[in-house]
Design a protein around this ligand. Structure first.
Ligand SMILES: NC(=O)c1ccc[n+]([C@@H]2O[C@H](COP(=O)([O-])OP(=O)(O)OC[C@H]3O[C@@H](n4cnc5c(N)ncnc54)[C@H](O)[C@@H]3O)[C@@H](O)[C@H]2O)c1
Length: 349
């Protein structure tokens, strides 16, 4: 993890080659974007799931083999009760960019869970939701693909800071107490019509860069003034299209199921991204054709291309991401055609 690809299996009794027998799984953040997608699949795979629901209105999907418990990650007494009769933990609960809450919810919340696992001693695997935000993505020059050895280098913000600190906590619990930890570092996760909300100019807008902030020419500004929709194509100063890497929600679910109960995943961190990076020109042209919209180029000077290296998750987990940018767009268009409406998240992203 972090600067080292893995923590040696010889450092502790719980790493590497232990055999696992995981049946009961605690999932925090179960009502969130990833949680609600993974929950039914865990239940379908035969796990008995305890789902932590929070009082922010994000309901946990009901179902057979899903027990819902309401609680707050900031409560120091909660973790011990939650993990008491569990075999594994999947920690997805957190807040995103939130200066007031991130320390208590994300850092202390992760600490309470890790420490409860250490104290209890029976948890066979603790899976932490990591993020490519911890590697800075497009905010910094990325001359080589971002692999698992890439140093922690979160971009400016409380969310990336949080993702780095959560991982450092995990790394230390693995080193100090041999807590059996797996970190899955997700790229920006796409569900519903997220990709259209991101790449078109009309509201809702999603993600960064924010096109309106990069509108410089009268033509660009006119789209926002008139409300006429278009598709954004991010370009560099030399005119070449920006390149980035994202992941579809189904591939995220696949990675969690592959990691859970997999002894070779213990003590390791894995990148979880789509089958390949994409160029904004390819994305923009595809969406423009499908939705019959014009393409508008935005020169974004503060964007560095980045590629997520996926060899390790492919070879160790057997991860085969299936949702490339075209499939993500197709699913998003189908979502709209079926008259579905986007989930309103308290913490968008
Ligand atoms: N969505 C992404 O693009 C993305 C990308 C990389 C990593 N991740 C990571 O994956 C994890 C899950 O992300 P997500 O997009 O599903 O998040 P989300 O914002 O959709 O959901 C967060 C969940 O945490 C719960 N929560 C918030 N405060 C809580 C509290 N005080 N007590 C208990 N629960 C609380 C919410 O109710 C919700 O269920 C996070 O760790 C996130 O950093 C997400």
């Amino acid at each position: 993890m972090s600067d080292r690809e893995s923590i040696s299996a010889t450092e502790g009794k719980n790493t590497g080659d232990m055999s696992m027998n995981i049946k009961n799984v605690l999932v925090t953040g179960a009502g969130g974007k990833i949680g609600r997608a993974v929950l039914p699949e865990l239940a379908k795979a035969g796990y008995a799931v305890r789902a932590l629901e929070y009082t922010d209105g994000l309901a946990v999907p009901q179902g057979e083999n899903i027990e819902v418990i309401v609680g707050d990650l900031r409560d120091p007494s909660l973790a011990r009760r939650l993990i008491a009769d569990m075999d594994a933990v999947i920690h997805l609960g957190n807040v995103k960019e939130n200066k007031e809450l991130f320390l208590d919810t994300n850092i202390k919340g992760t600490f309470y869970l890790l420490d409860a696992c250490k104290e209890a001693g029976h948890i066979q695997q603790y899976i932490q939701a990591g993020s490519d935000a911890r590697a800075g993505i497009y905010y910094y020059p990325q001359p080589i693909p971002i692999d698992e050895n890439h140093r922690h280098s979160g971009y400016p913000g409380y969310y990336p800071l949080s993702k780095v600190l959560e991982e450092v906590l995990c790394e230390q619990y693995q080193i100090m107490y041999q807590t059996p930890i797996t970190i899955l570092r997700f790229s920006w996760v796409h569900d519903e019509d997220d990709i259209l909300a991101h790449v078109t100019l009309a509201e809702p807008r999603l993600g960064v860069p924010v096109w309106r902030d990069w509108a410089r020419t009268p033509e660009q500004k006119a789209y926002f003034e008139s409300g006429q929709d278009a598709v954004a194509c991010l370009v560099h100063a030399d005119g070449s299209a920006g390149q980035r890497h994202i992941v579809g929600i189904r591939d995220v679910v696949q990675s969690i199921l592959l990691a859970l109960g997999n002894p070779t995943a213990v003590g390791e961190a894995f990148n979880v991204s789509g089958p390949s990076p994409f160029g904004y020109d390819v994305l923009a042209n595809y969406v423009a054709e499908k939705l019959d919209l014009p393409v508008v180029r935005f020169e974004v000077t503060e964007f560095h291309d980045f590629f997520i290296e996926m060899s390790k998750s492919r070879s160790v987990l057997g991860f085969h991401p299936e949702y490339d940018i075209f499939r993500i767009v197709d699913d998003a268009i189908r979502f709209r055609q079926e008259g579905k409406t986007r989930t309103v998240w308290p913490y968008p992203g």
